[in-house]
Write a protein that binds this ligand. Structure first.
Ligand SMILES: [Zn+2]
Length: 415
């Protein structure tokens, strides 16, 4: 993280200082000086001193196979493998990965023989096995320097998040990261045409120009179902040495559920799998938590989500079900009426009023029966352990708000 942060400004400075005007002036003032010869290097080795062979490892091809096909004898290969065995496991070579062999001739009329073997398990890492000297074989694990380039994107949903992003040549990884950041806020399976998002993030390059995925996402704005959902990356108190995403007011995006769907009222019946109902003369489990309150008391969504059911049954009365993310849904029963503008597909924010307490359906008095679904099963809302989700500490909120101001302006001005 630290490394990337530093790299960015340095890269900018380089860009600024290398304007073409300066170059011309330097050339004019030194007309007699010839351009210094640029020595092209591959993995730090001068290219013109070696015969370079680069390829990918084929199925069942071993370290020995590769070197043998480049004219290294089996005794030599065995010797090499033995000497490096504590530093490089030759069995780690994987089909499809890139290797490079640098060869040299012993004399003019001899065959070129391998001197250096370089294995690249991915774009970023490589291992150099240098056996030019028989006595000191060097094995070095290296990481290529990365360059981060700050980018922004603005996507309007026409078809699907994936398709609309692909059309703008955005990495699928960006979609994945966004869906993680907004897992508690946006239901990516129910995006609407016209929803839009803006995002500020880093692209990572190795070898100056080879794209190697995305880095940090600094800020994002999802305009979802007509509502704005901001996300700012900021050091978190609840996650050690790490960052979390907070909204424009410093609230975490990983929502904790409200303890109750009502601002006031009391619990009149808890979740109970063994509830005995005298009237029926048998055990009838109670799969919700009942909050009693006067008719007309507003009922709130306990977390951000999308309304997936709104209707009436003889048991539930008027009810609403909200999907919060892939794991959790909640349900609210016996409403006297629904809140205005709440329909199947409505995006609701935590605390938003979705209906009013009543006693429709099977209810012996005015209450809301609150049901909590986890992975399709009803569980006890009061006992469910939620991931920690602390907002920005009240002592730090002022600093947070001023720290995110520039990012917010930047987001808002992306066209
Ligand atoms: Zn109930």
């Amino acid at each position: 993280m630290f490394f990337r942060k530093i790299l960015f400004p340095i890269y900018l400075l380089l860009l600024i200082s290398c304007s073409s005007n300066e170059k011309k002036e330097i050339a004019k003032s030194n007309p007699s000086k010839t351009q210094p010869e640029i020595i092209k290097k591959i993995f730090g080795y001068p290219e013109k001193e070696y015969i370079i062979h680069q390829d990918t490892i084929r199925q069942n091809q071993t370290f020995g196979d590769i070197l043998f096909s480049h004219h290294l004898t089996y005794p030599k290969i065995y010797q090499l493998a033995t000497k490096i065995k504590n530093r490089f496991n030759i069995k780690q070579l994987k089909t499809g990965k890139t290797y490079t062999i640098l060869s040299k001739k012993d004399s003019l009329d001899s065959l070129p023989r391998p001197r250096v073997f370089i294995y690249q398990p991915d774009n970023l890492h490589y291992t150099i096995i240098d056996f030019q000297s028989n006595d000191t074989i060097r094995v070095q694990n290296k990481t290529k320097p990365i360059k981060t380039v700050r980018k922004s994107a603005y996507v309007t949903i026409n078809h699907s998040l994936y398709q609309d992003m692909t059309e703008q040549n955005l990495s699928p990884k960006l979609a994945m990261e966004l869906s993680n950041i907004y897992a508690w806020t946006v239901d990516f399976f129910h995006l609407n045409k016209g929803d839009e998002f803006k995002v500020i993030y880093d692209d990572i390059y190795v070898d100056d120009s080879v794209y190697n995925g995305i880095g940090n996402i600094y800020a994002a704005l999802f305009k979802y179902g007509g509502k704005d959902f901001y996300a700012f990356r900021y050091p978190s108190d609840s996650i050690e040495d790490n960052y979390d995403y907070f909204d424009e007011k410093g609230r975490t995006l990983r929502k904790q559920f409200l303890k109750a769907p009502l601002k006031f009222g009391h619990i009149s019946s808890r979740y109970n799998l063994h509830r005995f109902i005298k009237y029926y003369g048998r055990v009838k489990p109670h799969l919700g938590t009942d909050f009693a309150a006067p008719i007309g008391t507003p009922i709130m969504a306990t977390a951000n989500g999308v309304v997936i059911k709104k209707g009436y049954t003889s048991g539930n009365g008027n009810y609403i079900k909200i999907k919060h993310n892939a794991t959790y849904s909640t349900q609210y029963l016996h409403m006297s009426k629904f809140a205005k503008g709440i329909h199947v597909g409505s995006v609701v924010k935590q605390g938003e009023i979705i209906g009013y307490v009543g006693m429709t359906g099977h209810a012996s008095g005015p209450h809301v029966c609150y049901r909590f679904w986890k992975n399709g099963k009803q569980v006890d809302a009061l006992k469910e352990k939620m991931p920690p989700a602390k907002p920005i500490d009240s002592m730090k909120i002022k600093k947070y708000l001023s720290d995110i101001q520039n990012l917010k302006n930047e987001l808002d001005s992306i066209q």
